[in-house]
Design a protein around this ligand. Structure first.
Ligand SMILES: [Zn+2]
Length: 245
């Protein structure tokens, strides 16, 4: 177990680095379910659109069929009127039957125009349906690939976390338990999870305030654990050339 404060601080800094990395990775993992459901929601929107278009086509076909049977009904009536025409006795009856037939033929012509419009509409919606179907297939394919990538990334993160946690345990087992307890306590008191900070030119890098000159001098001696009087983090000082960044 390192007696030297400088060595202990170095270990705590290492421990803190691992904790920060673990926190970052865990935060990333927490985003994964929302990301995946977002991908699925995109695909589901298309499923709804496709369903709508299919319903529209069904409705148009129904209207087309009802026109069709109306035309058939009118044709039946025309046949009956023509039958009647052969049996009429007076000119008046003859004229009236002819008018009936003409009216029915006109009606059918109008219905047939409407049917043509329905056919055009059906064709247009079928084309839209095909396009939407294609877009949906592309999107679903893309979503599947993205989901796979996200899951692979998550798998890697979980493996890294396991490795870091093992590393952390090894480091902790080599630390003085009371020092570890202090570290955990200070860490828990700060939302950014930073417990150990350097002091540069008398400025605490945790809270960015000056520490008193007396404390700054003591810090240089490295003979005991020191705390920032403002943010209460564990503070240390190191030579400029020792900094790793
Ligand atoms: Zn501070």
């Amino acid at each position: 177990m390192p007696e030297n404060i400088r060595e202990q601080i170095a270990i705590l800094v290492e421990l803190q680095k691992i904790d920060m990395e673990c926190n970052r990775l865990k935060a990333r993992l927490r985003e994964v379910p929302a990301q995946i459901s977002e991908l699925q929601r995109g695909a589901e929107e298309y499923t709804g659109l496709i369903e709508d278009k299919k319903n529209t086509i069904d409705e148009l076909k129904k209207q087309y069929r009802s026109c069709e049977s109306e035309v058939q009904g009118n044709l039946g009536m025309i046949a009956k009127s023509q039958e009647k025409l052969r049996a009429v006795k007076t000119n008046k009856e003859y004229q009236s039957s002819l008018k009936e037939i003409d009216d029915l033929k006109l009606k059918n012509a109008a219905i047939e125009d409407k049917m043509l419009e329905f056919l055009e509409q059906i064709e247009a919606v079928e084309k839209q349906l095909e396009e939407t179907g294609q877009q949906h297939a592309e999107l679903a394919d893309e979503a599947r690939q993205q989901k796979k990538q996200i899951e692979q990334e998550a798998e890697k993160i979980r493996a890294t976390l396991l490795r870091l946690e093992a590393e952390r345990e090894t480091i902790c087992s080599g630390l003085d338990p009371s020092l570890l307890e202090t570290f955990n306590r200070v860490q828990a008191a700060h939302s950014d999870w930073v417990a150990v900070v350097e002091v540069r030119n008398s400025v605490c890098q945790g809270c960015h305030l000056n520490i008193p000159p007396q404390l700054y001098n003591e810090l240089h001696r490295c003979d005991s654990l020191k705390y920032c009087p403002n943010c209460e983090r564990i503070i240390y000082w190191q030579e400029q050339e020792e900094r790793s960044e």
